[in-house]
Design a protein around this ligand. Structure first.
Ligand code: GLA
Length: 359
């Protein structure tokens, strides 16, 4: 560890009385191949989430094949460091293989067969880590931006109650695990209202849900602090934990996420420059904007620390962030508190100060 990093306060200590400070870990980090990342994780974070290795396509790639080795390591790492361990994610429309929705001849499953497959997956994956993974993102991203259910195979074949069924199976698989619903764009009203309705409906049917995850893939200028505060307050009225689960602040120009994935090299040089303006590092002015932005967000989280139970960053450092390869691959984004060399950025100091000055 570099000398100056030893003198930095630990984020988890700074926010000890407020909420867990989490990080999403890549396979490389889980495998111990990035010693600098491991040092940051062990020093600063008291909660971990796996970026990919518990998604269906990774942990259950074929009907009778489960790949638990990476997840075993992930859980062992969390236990060694006495961390709050989060499983991500059981039921999602994305990163789920096609076979999940088909029989052996490639025909679409019916509702009953798909529910059985869902149950088997949840019982097998959660069951293996019963009592060891403390909270699960049971369902990820079920609602579309217009507030309707997102069109996906789970919804198409099972119907609206696929969410309810997933929570029921998860509760049976590990009655003591916390169960979460995880979603993006909760700052936008139609979606937020729909998610509130969905969760209230589950609650009215006796389904216990313990937390709502606000993903937090944000930008320097979006969403506003006011919009986010409205969301935190509205979601907290569900009387469940509110969590920020996938935080990162993209500093590159926005490119529509729903468009096809692009490769930066396929653009002409001028467009490349436009969409990838900081390949060699952040200019001081943008570094400051990022620090101010993080400061504003953490002031808000700290203000609502009675409602927020965890803030998880969706990477340990800039070099790991998905934002450099989605929706355009080959860019260099700078969304985290630690830079491409695992060094704390000005945003780190601002986040620490914001919390300390409000104690
Ligand atoms: C979603 C998912 C995450 C991750 C991110 C970034 O938010 O929940 O698992 O895939 O997108 O790609």
């Amino acid at each position: 560890m570099k000398k100056n990093q030893n003198t930095q306060p630990a984020l988890k200590a700074v926010f000890e009385d407020d909420f867990y400070i989490g990080a999403a870990l890549s396979l490389n980090q889980i495998s111990g191949n990035e010693p600098d990342s491991t040092a940051l994780v062990e020093k600063h974070f008291n909660s971990i989430t796996p970026e990919n290795i518990l998604k269906w396509e990774e942990v259950h790639p074929e009907p009778k094949k489960f790949n638990f080795e990476p997840a075993d390591r992930f859980v062992a790492l969390g236990e060694k460091n006495n961390m709050h361990i989060v499983g991500h994610t059981l039921i999602w429309f994305n990163q789920t293989p096609d076979w999940v929705f088909q029989d052996e001849s490639g025909n679409s499953l019916d509702r009953k067969a798909l529910l059985e497959r869902m149950r088997e997956h949840i019982f097998t994956v959660m069951g293996r880590y019963k009592g060891r993974i403390h909270g699960w993102d049971v369902v990820n991203e079920a609602i579309a931006s217009d507030g309707r259910f997102k069109e996906c195979k789970w919804f198409e074949i099972i119907g609206e109650d696929y969410v309810l069924k997933a929570f029921e199976y998860a509760r049976q698989a590990d009655p003591n695990a916390q169960l979460y619903y995880n979603e993006y764009d909760l700052e936008k009203q139609p979606k937020r209202e729909a998610v509130l309705r969905l969760i209230r409906d589950l609650q009215s049917k006796g389904v216990r849900i313990d937390g709502i995850g606000i993903q937090g893939h944000w930008f320097l200028d979006y969403p506003s602090i006011e919009e986010l505060e409205t969301s935190i307050l509205a979601l907290s009225r569900l009387n469940i934990n509110v969590m920020v689960t996938e935080m990162d602040i993209g500093v590159l120009p926005f490119y529509p996420v729903d468009s096809e994935l692009m490769d930066l090299a396929s653009f002409d040089p001028e467009t490349q420059k436009k969409y990838n303006p900081y390949p060699d590092g952040l200019p001081d002015s943008v570094q400051k904007d990022l620090a101010d932005r993080y400061g504003g967000l953490f002031s808000l989280f700290h203000k609502h620390r009675d409602k927020i139970s965890r803030v998880t960053f969706w990477a340990v450092h800039d070099g790991q962030s998905w934002r450099s390869y989605m929706p355009i691959s080959g860019r260099t984004d700078h969304p985290m508190l630690f830079d491409h060399h695992c060094k704390p950025k000005p945003a780190f100091d601002v986040v620490v100060k914001t919390a300390q000055s409000r104690k």
